[in-house]
Write a protein that binds this ligand. Sequence first.
Ligand code: THU
Length: 135
Amino acid sequence: MAGSRASAAALVRAARRARLHAHADYSDFKVGAALETADGTIVTGCNIENATYGLTVCAERVAMWKALSEGHRKFRRIAIVAKTNDPTPPCGPCRQILWEFGGDLDVILANLRAETGRHKLSALLPLPFDARLLK
Ligand code: THU
């Protein structure tokens, strides 16, 4: 989906739709993500679990891998949706991956009814290890 700039509500709706595709047979915890690129394209992802458990991939990383593999390189925002009253923030590994490829994204959290929080990724990952340190 390409466009100028989706509203936060539209991004959340895209994440809710993506969540419906989750493969979450083991945890029954379905997550959807919608990543907005710099040109306004929305790339979605859902969590995909595996019988070995450890090969599970979170919705956020699925969205980022899809976006990178389609040639996208700059990102603005990500919406993350789960069916919880408390906000479901990205896990530690996803924060690291989102930082690596997305920089200081706006992170919009929501459940099936409403938005539950907005954060800068730098607030969720305040002292990141990244490529700057390898120079
Ligand atoms: N999960 C995500 O997809 N994103 C998150 O932000 C938190 C956790 C998934 C991984 C696993 O499939 C299930 O939720 C339970 O941890």
